[in-house]
Design a protein around this ligand. Structure first.
Ligand code: 13P
Length: 250
């Protein structure tokens, strides 16, 4: 049985005060979430504070992006070693906002996956189709291509060291969630194409759903056999909503 993982992606939200309040709320309620892993991915500048507030709790933390480079003259960038320095467990790679707003293509995302993995971080590879792509019937091709870029660079084994997050772009921040059936269909497809290359990796890898998952719809989504957790944006900014999703994961 794969363990479920519920990860919050705070995106560019919060302040020192609001993050403290949010984490206090999560820490207070997390005691009764026993079986699932829980993590929050914070804006980089707050990761040190998140570390000091979450050390010794069952909640892990992570970053939202990293550089492809190890160190040097890359103003504004953050290296995998720095993320590691703050004991992050996870780092998101290839979030659709990075792909669409900052021009990260499959090759850059694959490199980030490789760099994160080499540093001992667990990369969360975000994939998913746009509305246009879904309507043109190429959802599977898009997801397969985004995954294949990592496999070509690192081999299929590399996926066993990370997590995949299927986040249909049309469902992100729109309140339009994929139905449990729609999501399950893509998750099963992802597992099938991995199984074609390595059955062990396919069985092991956690595939999270992301895109308007909230306290009201999480249970149904998380009950699907190939949905191993959630990557939560908006609803991860409210302790009670986030905890409800964590409890729904079991
Ligand atoms: P929302 O939950 O706000 O739709 O965001 C999903 C997401 O992008 C998580 O990475």
């Amino acid at each position: 049985m794969r363990q479920k993982l519920v990860a919050g992606n705070w995106k560019m939200n919060g302040s020192r005060a609001s993050i403290k309040e949010l984490l206090d709320g999560i820490k207070k309620g997390i005691g009764d979430v026993v079986n699932s892993e829980v993590a929050v991915c914070a804006p980089a500048i707050y990761i040190g504070e998140v570390e000091s507030q979450l050390s010794g709790t069952p909640v892990a933390w992570g970053a939202q992006n990293l550089s492809t480079e190890a160190s040097g003259a890359f103003t504004g960038e953050i290296a995998a070693s720095m993320i590691n320095d703050f004991n992050c467990k996870y780092v998101l790679v290839g979030h659709s906002e990075r792909r669409t707003l900052y021009g990260e293509g499959d090759a850059v995302v694959a490199k980030k996956y490789a760099v994160a993995r080499a540093a001992g971080l667990k990369p969360v590879l975000c994939i998913g189709e746009t509305l246009d792509e879904r309507e043109s019937g190429v959802t599977e091709q898009v997801c397969a291509r985004q995954i294949q870029a990592v496999i070509e660079l690192e081999g299929v084994d590399a996926l066993a060291d990370g997590v995949i997050a299927y986040e249909p772009v049309w469902a992100i921040g729109t309140g339009k969630t994929a139905s449990p059936e729609q999501a399950q269909e893509v998750h099963a497809f992802i597992r099938r194409i991995l199984a074609d290359q390595d059955a062990g990796v396919a069985e092991k890898v956690q595939i999270l759903y992301g895109g308007s998952m909230n306290a009201a719809n999480a249970a149904e989504l998380l009950a699907q056999p190939d949905i191993d957790g959630g990557l939560i944006g908006g609803a991860s900014l409210k302790a009670e909503d986030f905890l409800t999703i964590c409890r729904a994961a079991g």
